[in-house]
Design a protein around this ligand. Structure first.
Ligand SMILES: Nc1ncnc2c1ncn2[C@@H]1O[C@H](COP(=O)(O)OP(=O)(O)O)[C@@H](O)[C@H]1O
Ligand SMILES: [Mg+2]
Length: 1024
């Protein structure tokens, strides 16, 4: 330290003391011994006098911790004294001679010899603020710490220059098996499984991505198998990313991948947003500069605010898409650098988003150097069974032979043990976890005595009883723990599978030192493992079952208390990082019966899930919020919450198309809001109800509820009015009420004004209201024959959709404009814009739109002579829609198919499809569509062989009357033309002329030149 020169001694002391304290604390934290305090520094030992096998690692952690704490302190000193404060650290590993100078508790040690001399040299050579270490140190800590080589350095007193390294940082966590590496039973058997794993590995290495699933009961050895495989030399040169699900994580969207990213980017619990951004950016740039674009999606997954201007404008569906893409690109890119293993454990606990992502990954991986390893319990199911790159391994309990080996290594070979071994194998059925727990019990109850691998019977075998299940064994073992140990273990179980020390301490309420002792006991007894020393001390349960059983030994009342205490503790400990913990807080608050907080956190967790389009999880959180509300007294504010949660729930249920549940919640909410006489909430509920009816294609009810919603006013909320208008516009359009539709849609465009880039809350259509209002208005105007205005509005909509560059809006707009051009009989323009929509839609996987756009393209093909292509496209889309139960727009698709069959001369098929279409439009009261299909039926009747002219005439007239009532001028014109042609054919000159003149006039007015000419030619024609 160089800050003391020229300072007044008292001043210097005041500066130095906190520095020394900080250094000493860092050493103690990792159980080192400070054996010398010099004027401006300290010397510390690890591994003596307390022996730690990982002493070098601990020393490294302490050094990193020390530099970090010093940095914080130095900022303060800088501010107060204008001094910069930096220290150097040197580390070495080797033998030391330790002399006890004093014998009491304040023992003082002084170490001498070459090892300490070299450490001191490292310290002197280090640049201020850094940590310099020797090669010996690096060798002992590889895999735990990261270094940067600094080259060869000459050291006074040594003949040869030595290699030195700078210690950069620590590998964040270790898996539980690594943590237990010394205590593991010898790995036995599993040769066939290893062969299958080798095989998959070889294929993956050669660029044929593989998914390998290991399925088995708890404790059978799924995780251990993966651990042994990954830890073996075969995976050298591979990148390995490990993650997994936990039993209480089912609702945390993407939890396993969040963990995976945290590990990959080395994000630590205390990193603030800036650090997370920096780490992600640095790692991505290092991997591949072109990956910079995926950073926002990854950052969002890490629960840190995204600093990308475009991100907030994306809707949840797009965000989800981005997240999927980002993860896929990251994994694929990694697999190009080096072959990649992604391991996801415990799929039976994964959330719906992770599940969807894995399905996605499995689809794209066959050509990647990627091995996806997953495991799960037998009750889990997925749809990968038919994939050729999927391998399934059913993991059975150990064979008699393997179990025998395990027991031999653990107990030894004394003949008196034979009956016991036989009993153990029979009772446990060869489940290795069960076996291990049995052995532990026997040792703990002194039925077995002696060393590991050389045991003897302590009592007669008759006294030995093995409970029937591993749970019972675990419960009995826990019961035998001392009161303190048991209490700590139970508290840990309430926290979860992973247990941060700081949280545990606050919950158990025992000082640090005794608690550490307790934890050391629990580790020796193999209930817990220490998985992370750095940056935070953290423990994990040996097995999920251990945690479950420990949890179940608690009385309900006690559990509740602990969960409640965890909530308060987490709130204080997590500070501004609470956003990443809301799911966990929600879980503990609900279990802890802290109902008001449960409501708050469940709602926050739900909102967070909604943001990411994780609808299923969001719905579950909101439902739990409702449950929590049930426990609160009925007051105005709680009733209001009960309504609002249901409104939120609606938003989560819409993408799940769960109409029945939505309607049920809306009706309950309506009853509550009526009690309160709350107009504003009632109007939102009416909006929700209208939407339910719309989804059911019940337009009359939609209109009724929508108008009620408007009348109630929505508390003058623009989002409400825009939403309801849009819904009404759609609904009127569907039911053929084009004039009404134009009124609400025009009003909407006016209301939205310049705010075309706004979503107006979470809209019910996956598009921007400013675009969709124009799209629908253009189509309605088209049906009314107001083409000039329709085209203007449509082009406006397209321009806006392009400007905001929003794929669903753009696809929808292309579709609408395409349909308008078709209606206008301008097939060239229709085709151009539809093909564009198809392209955008397919690239953005905007499934529902693509279905209709593809059919529309097919229609244009069929009408322009590309009949086979057209039929194929429309047929595909009809089938797809039917398999997905997509009711909206289905009559339209069926009518197009009929029309294409007609063009192909397939009259019977055409007739059949047209009848199906008309039946559906009648069922759904789609009056406009019915008009067009009636006209089409007329065409089929005219063209089929034998023709049915009378029938055709009837159909045309029926269509015309209906079209007239709805003001559908293009439809009227078409009916007139067809009727005119029919009459002309029958030589009814006068009647023909009347129809044809009407038709020609209408087509002229609407600017439909070729049809106008067709009518006029007929008028001039020989029979006219
Ligand atoms: N083949 C094996 N040889 C020795 N011990 C095993 C073997 N398989 C599993 N074990 C031990 O059994 C216990 C449970 O195994 P684990 O892999 O956690 O089970 P699972 O993941 O199937 O629930 C662990 O302590 C593990 O070390
Ligand atoms: Mg496991």
């Amino acid at each position: 330290m160089e800050l003391l020169a020229g300072r007044d001694p008292e001043d210097a002391r005041a500066l130095l003391d906190p520095v020394l304290t900080t250094m000493i604390d860092s050493v103690h934290r990792f159980e080192g011994t400070v054996n010398q305090v010099m004027g401006d520094g300290i010397m510390a030992l690890f591994g003596a006098p307390i022996a730690h096998e990982d002493h070098a690692v601990r020393a490294g952690y302490a050094a990193i911790k020390l530099q970090e704490s010093l940095r914080a302190l130095s900022e303060q000193v800088q501010r107060q004294h204008g001094l910069s404060l930096q220290i150097r650290v040197g580390l070495n590993a080797g033998e030391v001679v330790v002399r006890g100078i004093d014998n009491d508790l304040t023992m003082d040690y002084s170490a001498v010899g070459e090892t300490t001399h070299l450490a001191a040299r490292m310290e002197q050579l280090a640049a201020p603020g850094t940590i310099l270490v020797t090669e010996a140190f690096v060798r002992l800590t590889e895999g735990y710490l990261h270094f940067k080589p600094q080259g060869l350095v000459a050291v006074k007193g040594l003949a040869e220059p030595i290699e030195v390294f700078e210690l950069i940082d620590a590998e964040p966590t270790r898996g539980r098996f690594q943590a237990a590496a010394r205590g593991l039973s010898r790995f036995v058997g599993r040769r066939a499984e290893f062969d299958a794993l080798d095989d998959a590995l070889a294929r993956a290495r050669s660029g044929q991505g593989q998914v390998l699933a290991v399925i088995g009961e708890p404790g059978v050895g799924k995780s251990r198998l993966f651990y042994e495989f990954i830890d073996s030399p075969r995976t050298r040169g591979w990148t390995v990313l490990e993650t997994g699900a936990v039993s209480y994580g089912k609702l945390s969207a993407y939890l396993p991948f969040r963990e995976l990213l945290r590990t990959y980017f080395q994000i630590e619990a205390r990193d603030d947003a800036a650090e997370v951004h920096a780490k992600v950016a640095a790692r991505l740039t290092e991997l591949d500069d072109s990956l910079r674009g995926i950073a926002p999606a990854l950052i969002a997954l890490l629960d840190v605010p995204v600093d990308d201007a475009a991100w907030p404008t994306l809707d949840p569906i797009q965000r989800r898409q981005r997240i999927f893409d980002a993860l896929k690109r990251l994994l694929i890119r990694l697999s190009q650098a080096r072959p990649l293993i992604v391991m996801v454990e415990n799929l039976h606990w994964i959330d719906a988003e992770t599940r969807a992502f894995l399905d996605n990954l499995v689809e794209i991986m066959p050509t990647a150097r990627l091995l996806l390893l997953v495991n799960y319990r037998p009750e889990y199911q997925h749809g990968w069974g038919s994939k050729t790159h999927y391998v399934r391994l059913r993991l059975d309990p150990l064979s008699a032979e393997s179990a025998e080996e395990l027991l031999r290594v653990a107990l030894g070979e004394a003949p008196e043990l034979e009956p016991l071994k036989k009993l153990l194998f029979e009772r446990t059925d060869g489940n290795p976890f069960f076996l291990e727990e049995c052995i532990r019990t026997l040792v703990e109850t002194k039925l077995l005595v002696g060393e590991r691998g050389a045991c003897r019977l302590g009592k007669s075998p008759a006294a030995i009883q093995v409970p029937a299940t591993v749970q019972a064994i675990l419960a009995a073992r826990i019961d035998r723990l001392s009161a303190h140990d048991k209490r700590a273990l139970q508290c840990a179980a309430v926290i979860g599978k992973d247990v941060p020390f700081s949280l545990l301490q606050a919950v158990v309420q025992v000082p640090e030192a005794p608690l550490r002792e307790i934890l050391a006991q629990l580790q020796t007894a193999e209930f817990l493992y220490e998985t992370s020393l750095f940056p935070e001390l953290e423990y994990t349960f040996k097995h999920a079952l251990t945690q479950e059983v420990a949890y179940s030994t608690l009385l309900l009342e006690r559990r509740r208390e602990l969960h409640a205490r965890i909530v308060t503790t987490m709130e204080t400990l997590s500070g501004d990082r609470i956003a990443s913990q809301v799911e966990s807080l929600a879980h503990h608050a609900s279990r802890g019966a802290v109902w008001d907080k449960a409501v708050t956190y469940q709602r926050r967790a739900g909102a967070k899930a909604l943001e990411r389009s994780a609808s299923r999880e969001a719905a579950a959180f909101f439902e739990q919020a409702l449950e929590a509300l049930e426990h609160l007294p009925k007051r105005r504010d709680t009733v209001e919450q009960a309504i609002d949660v249901r409104l939120d729930l609606r938003r989560a249920l819409v993408p799940l198309a769960d109409r029945v549940r939505i309607l049920d919640h809306m009706q309950k909410a309506e009853a509550l809001a009526s009690e309160l006489g709350d107009q504003r909430r009632l109007s939102w509920i009416a909006y929700g109800i209208a939407h339910c009816h719309y989804l059911a294609n019940d337009q009359a009810r939609t209109v009724e509820a929508g108008q009620r919603a408007l009348a109630l006013g929505g508390g003058a909320d623009l989002a409400h009015e825009v939403g309801v208008n849009l819904l009404l516009g759609h609904s009127f359009h569907m039911s053929g009420d084009y004039r009404e539709a134009t009124v609400v849609l025009r009003r909407n465009i006016e209301l939205i004004g310049e705010r075309v880039r706004e979503r107006f809350g979470l809209p019910i259509f996956p598009t921007f209201p400013g675009v969709t209002s124009r799209e629908r208005l253009a189509r309605c105007l088209g049906e009314l024959g107001e083409f000039a205005e329709a085209l203007r509005v449509g082009d406006d909509g397209l321009r806006i959709a392009e400007e905001i560059n929003h794929a669903p809006s753009l696809t929808g707009m292309c579709l609408g404009l395409g349909l308008l051009h078709m209606r206008h009989n301008d097939l060239d323009r229709a085709l151009a814009v539809l093909e564009r929509g198809l392209d955008v839609g397919r690239r953005g996987s905007i499934y529902l739109y693509v279905l209709t756009v593809a059919a529309a393209v097919g229609r244009v093909y069929a009408l322009t002579g590309r009949i086979a292509e057209g039929v194929a496209l429309i047929t595909g889309s009809v089938k797809e829609a039917e398999s997905k139960n997509a009711a909206l727009a289905h009559p339209l698709r069926l009518a197009w198919l009929a029309e294409a069959h007609l063009a192909a001369g397939e009259y019977e098929r055409a007739w059949q499809r047209a009848e199906e279409s008309i039946a559906l439009s009648r069922r759904y009261k789609e009056k406009g569509q019915e008009v067009w299909t009636l006209h089409l039926l007329g065409e089929i009747a005219t063209q089929r062989d034998p023709a049915d002219f009378e029938g055709a005439e009837r159909l045309y007239r029926q269509a015309m009357t209906a079209a007239d009532a709805l003001g559908m001028r293009p439809a009227i014109a078409h009916c007139r033309l067809s009727l005119g042609e029919l009459r002309a054919r029958a030589k009814h000159g006068e009647a023909a002329r009347k129809h044809l003149e009407e038709a020609a006039g209408l087509f002229r007015d609407m600017g439909m030149v070729s049809l106008q000419k067709r009518a006029e030619e007929k008028l001039r024609g020989p029979s006219g």
